[in-house]
Ligand binder design. Structure first.
Ligand code: NAP
Length: 645
């Protein structure tokens, strides 16, 4: 197996090594040492990580054990530095399997070994590459034109992969720059809630200043990515897609767009929608919205011209956005009243606002394989490793609390965390304790800042139900009226209204939303029967509930879409591929059944994961490895191929 290109610099001093080790994530360090030495006994002792729900930065390894590992690491790294022929050991698949098992704390199945060997790139693999497309000859690939809608995370990724494959593409975006959600959401406190070493492209890591970046840092990451791959020359900014229409005869899609100058059209053989799920702000369904005379805005349309200093501010909502901006608003406003309908479960993470210490940067940049194992340990802790705790146990019947014994334990851990912060405020503890199982709706992450904010003298959390918005504030169902200077809607997005407000006309002029009739579904979240050559990223049932990283899904989806392009390129321009109805329907039966077996599918709590009929339209119910496997490449028998004139 090939080595990580990183090398220990020969001029690093003993003190620098010691201070880097003081900050190390010890499980990742232990695995990096195995690469350095080939000595598996390093991970065969009793010192093992305990994958846990509540974040312990050292995954349960005691201080004494950490010290022992650091001392050993110092000797080994120093000797590698001083070695005339520094090298990393060549490891067998069985050894890599053992190392993966060390992180996971359990037996490892073959599909994980394949995925993780590629994700870790131990042999220089690309876990999300599409080899099939590269097998099609270059001139056949270049005959296709692809239109990408959206220059956010998935749009840039699609462009990068198409560029690598030599397929011409154009990106259109309604905004004035790249970044999508990280361009649009500028509210104070906006920050990612997945660790950045997983919330990043597999092929583009960076020296993140913090473990969880703030919006400006993420916006810059995507802007820098666009520049690094020279993508801006392909992007038409301020081009908002109004409709896409299939010209069946010619096998092309015609896109109508609104621009600052008027309107324009574009044609392509293939469309990839990269518009995301959370980009159409939802206002509360209350009488009087719009009647408020003072400044009023939605979190995703933050009005930075409004000075909140000394103001009485009303905030509606306690979802991911309000959870992040209320602490900042509270620092300025005279009084903040937060209207809570459903309390969120809060996952406490001590590192949520922490800077990444220099020592950790040194390890990430110089110790071979450290960064890759660190990324994997986050992937495991925040995704696959949590799934068991949100899976319904048959016969468990405590719908207001939990869905299984593991979920009950998880609940208790979350409550213990809340108690740490709210023990002195039993009134708040009571209203902040959810009466639904953890995992039923999006869990929120911080280091306790939300609870601290709720305890401030100038913050009032109220569970008073709203009746209407009035010109001067709000009226509550209990008859109380409250006056505000500013109203902020943290009321989320029209998540179930996928691809709106665009109108998408497929075969026989059928419009996608009309075909859905309020029940958005897709095959693998990517293709829709009757809409050939229209591909979707972050489509129906591709959202992850436990935090992990949506970039993982996008990388899988784009790999699949490029596999579809390989099928089209083999058959020539004008070819269309349409997913078969029965394949699509059978897939969705499996998805619906899967979701019923998860906390979010069983609980009756309000959540944007469901549509108006109560069906889970957003979430993927299985392991991430299953999605990775099923999206490796398309099965041509799932599609009907036709050729236009
Ligand atoms: P959200 O989670 O849908 O929250 C909307 C909030 O508004 C909920 O508390 C909801 O209450 C409340 N609400 C809506 N209508 C109401 C009414 N009539 N009366 C009272 N309350 C009302 O939206 P969001 O906070 O914008 O977050 C959406 C998603 O975006 C998140 O779940 C997350 O996936 C993503 N996000 C991510 C980050 C991040 O990564 N850092 C940050 C922000 C958002 P109910 O709960 O009762 O419906």
């Amino acid at each position: 197996m090939s080595s990580d290109p990183k090398v220990i610099p020969s001029n690093v001093t003993d003190d620098q090594i010691r201070s880097a080790l003081a900050e190390a994530h010890v499980p990742s360090l232990m695995l990096a040492l195995v690469h350095l030495t080939g000595d598996l006994s390093l991970i065969r002792s009793a010192i093992r990580p305990q994958p846990a729900f509540m974040s312990d930065p050292q995954d349960g390894i005691s201080e004494a054990d950490q010290a022992a590992i650091r001392a050993k690491a110092f000797e080994l790294i120093r000797s590698a530095r001083d070695s005339a022929t520094p090298a990393v050991a060549s490891l067998t698949e069985a050894q890599v399997r053992e190392m993966i098992g060390f992180v996971m704390g359990q037996e490892v199945s073959d599909n994980y070994v394949e995925f993780l060997t590629a994700e870790l790139s131990v042999a220089g693999e690309d876990a999300y590459g599409q080899p099939n497309l590269h097998r099609v000859n270059v001139s056949d690939r270049s005959k296709f034109t692809v239109i990408i809608i959206g220059a956010g995370m998935s749009g840039l990724l699609s462009a990068i992969r198409l560029q690598e494959a030599g397929i011409p593409f154009v990106i259109v975006d309604k905004n004035a720059d790249v970044g999508g959600t990280w361009f649009e959401n500028t509210y104070p406190g906006c920050r990612v809630d997945s660790g950045n070493h997983v919330y990043s492209y597999s092929f583009r890591q960076k020296n993140w200043p913090q473990y969880f970046s703030s919006q400006p840092v993420l916006r810059e990451y995507f802007a820098d990515t666009a520049s690094a791959y020279d993508l801006r020359q392909h992007i038409r900014f301020q081009h908002e897609v109004i409709s896409a229409r299939l010209d069946e005869k010619r096998g092309v899609w015609v896109i109508d767009m609104k621009t600052p100058e008027g309107s324009t059209q574009l044609e392509g053989h293939v469309v990839i929608s990269c518009v995301g799920q959370l980009n159409q702000p939802a206002m509360p369904k209350l009488p009087g919205v719009g009647a408020f005379k003072g400044p009023a805005f939605h979190s995703a349309r933050w009005d930075h011209s409004v000075d909140l200093t000394g103001k009485r501010v009303g905030v509606i909502g306690t979802g991911g956005s309000a959870f992040q901006f209320v602490p900042h608003v509270a620092e300025k406003a005279a009084k903040v009243t937060v209207f809570q309908r459903t309390p969120p479960w809060v996952l406490l993470n001590r590192q949520y606002f922490s800077e990444i210490p220099q020592g950790v940067h040194w390890l990430l940049n110089h110790l071979p394989y450290y960064a890759r194992w660190y990324r994997f340990s986050l992937f495991w802790k925040s995704a696959e490793g949590m799934l068991a705790a949100v899976t319904v146990e048959p016969g468990w019947n405590r719908p207001e609390r939990s869905v299984s014994e593991a979920n009950e334990t998880f609940r208790q851990q979350l409550i213990d965390g809340m108690q740490e912060h709210l023990a002195d405020r039993p009134d708040l503890l009571e209203v902040c304790t959810p009466n639904y199982p953890p995992g039923s709706k999006r869990m929120l992450v911080d280091d306790g800042k939300w609870f601290k904010t709720l305890k401030r003298d100038n913050v009032k959390l109220t569970t008073n139900a709203l009746r209407e918005i009035t010109p001067t504030g709000v009226a509550c169902k209990d008859g109380q009226t409250l006056e505000f200077d500013v109203l902020i809607y943290g009321t989320g997005f029209k998540a179930s209204e996928f691809l709106t407000p665009m109108r998408i006309y497929g075969k026989d002029g059928v419009e996608l939303h009309e075909a859905w009739a309020g029940e958005p579904r897709a095959f693998q979240g990517i293709t829709f029967p009757g809409f050939p050559n229209f591909f979707c990223t972050y489509g129906p049932n591709t959202n992850i509930v436990v935090n992990s990283s949506i970039i993982f899904f996008s990388e899988c989806e784009v790999r699949y879409i490029l596999g579809c392009l390989a099928e089209l390129a083999k058959r020539g321009p004008g070819t269309t591929m349409d997913v078969k109805r029965d394949v699509h329907d059978a897939y969705n039966v499996r998805i619906d059944a899967g979701n019923k077996g998860m906390a979010w599918g069983q609980s009756g709590v309000n959540t944007w994961y469901k549509n108006a009929s109560g069906r889970i339209t957003q979430n993927w119910p299985f392991t991430l490895i299953e999605y990775w496997e099923q999206s490796k490449q398309p099965d041509p028998s799932h599609y009907q191929f036709s050729k236009g004139a």
